[in-house]
Ligand binder design. Structure first.
Ligand SMILES: [Zn+2]
Length: 169
């Protein structure tokens, strides 16, 4: 059968949320104070139809993976490890955070999530979620997917979307 269109599946659920603290740095010498958001995630996966199941991807599996990725950073202080102005150092059970060399915060290690991003903007969180989802999908041998799109919202009507094409091997 010749099909002219293509398919994508989306998941956004009231449990695909995380409530976390963060601050971001701006160009120049401006840095936000610590504050929190109730973040919400929406994921869209593009791909070919599975020839037996007639779906692009199993919703149940996608929801499970995304729930786990959200839970990992829920109720944490999100800290960037690749920001040249923010120094994050581990000291026993503590995480010390300095901004441009000046001490700013000390957090219990268990309350922090140290992320490989240059800034904890929703853009960078969306990209990070795509990277982490791709690791999970690769590990389970998912096939036929052509793109992943991730939306992370930090306030009602305020979100960023990252889309990445998957080149099949
Ligand atoms: Zn914020």
């Amino acid at each position: 059968m010749q099909r002219r269109g293509d398919f994508r599946v989306s998941v956004t659920k009231d449990y695909l949320v995380f409530s976390s603290a963060h601050f971001i740095t701006f160009a120049g010498h401006r840095c936000e104070g610590l504050h929190g958001h109730n973040y919400r995630v929406k994921v869209t996966v593009d791909g070919a139809l599975d020839e037996e199941a007639w779906f692009v991807f199993d919703f149940v599996i996608l929801k499970k993976i995304m729930k786990r990725l959200c839970d990992e950073i829920d109720h944490k202080v999100l800290l960037p490890l690749e920001n040249s102005k923010v120094q994050v150092t581990e000291d026993g059970e503590q995480i010390k955070v300095a901004y441009e060399g000046k001490p700013r915060y000390v957090f219990p290690k268990n309350d922090c999530s140290l992320l490989p991003v240059p800034n904890t903007t929703v853009e960078m969180l969306a990209e990070l979620f795509v990277k982490r989802l791709r690791v999970e999908l690769d590990a389970m041998g998912a096939r036929g997917l052509t793109a992943i799109e991730m939306e992370v919202e930090e306030n009602f009507g305020q979100s960023a979307v990252y889309r990445e094409a998957i080149v099949s091997r």
